[in-house]
Ligand binder design. Sequence first.
Ligand code: AP5
Ligand code: MG
Length: 238
Amino acid sequence: MKAPSLEEDTVSAVSRKLIPGPILLLGAPGVGKGTQAQELAKVWKIPQISTGDILRGNVARGTEVGKLAKEIMGRGELVPDDLVNRMVAARLAEPDTSEGYILDGFPRTLGQAEWLDKHLAEENSPLPVVAVSIRVGYTQLLRRITGRRTCLACQHIYNVYTQPPKSAMVCDVDGTPLVQRADDTERVFEERMRTYESQTTPVIEHYHSLGRFAEVDGEQAVDRVAAGILAAAERLRS
Ligand code: AP5
Ligand code: MG
């Protein structure tokens, strides 16, 4: 079964034709970066690049990167910049990124943002970055984090309260049993929020000061948030 897509009337003809280039989705843990990245990837036919998903893949495979990242992620802290930057550089070198890509959860330190700016300049990236920050209040975030369940086969994201699967705890797309992320506890969420406030808020200020930046209200239904991001991208790319 195919995953449901955004309603036709949510996606304007301009949005579909837009050459998206590099799109950054920023925001606190649980605002919906992954959910939105998956929706937009279908509209624009470009890849979602989630540093969290890549790191979790390494943890699951027991690689050296995964062994280092597991403890750090379990504490709600950030994996060192040089490691994440190298991971992103390798992913951006793949051919499916030529029309654009959605970076979900990167950059999240000023060091990562400065590295990305320099990397794109060196690669002569034809389009500048467009950054969209999604905003959701604390109480709603906690509910989203504790209610989240994920399909490990296709990475589709559900929520027992707000986005439940059609049948009990299996993925609508491929029938795989859904799992809860190891860092989706209230204790680790609180630490991730502290990390976000201290290290990622300056990244938002960085892109704000560069211009090509928008903020979207993430407390609406998924398709309304997506429509907000599409409209912002159209405006910032025009
Ligand atoms: P990462 O995986 O990126 O986690 P995060 O930033 O904490 O964000 P989340 O994935 O928790 O939330 P989301 O915004 O994607 O929300 P989602 O769409 O799932 O990073 C994990 C860890 O990896 C970090 O703590 C760090 O250790 C490490 N790491 C990753 N990147 C790194 C980097 N660049 N540098 C260093 N370390 C890094 O939605 C959440 C829930 O809400 C879901 O259940 C969903 O169904 C529901 N939902 C979504 N939208 C809506 C809506 N509109 N209405 C109702 N429910 C909704
Ligand atoms: Mg995510």
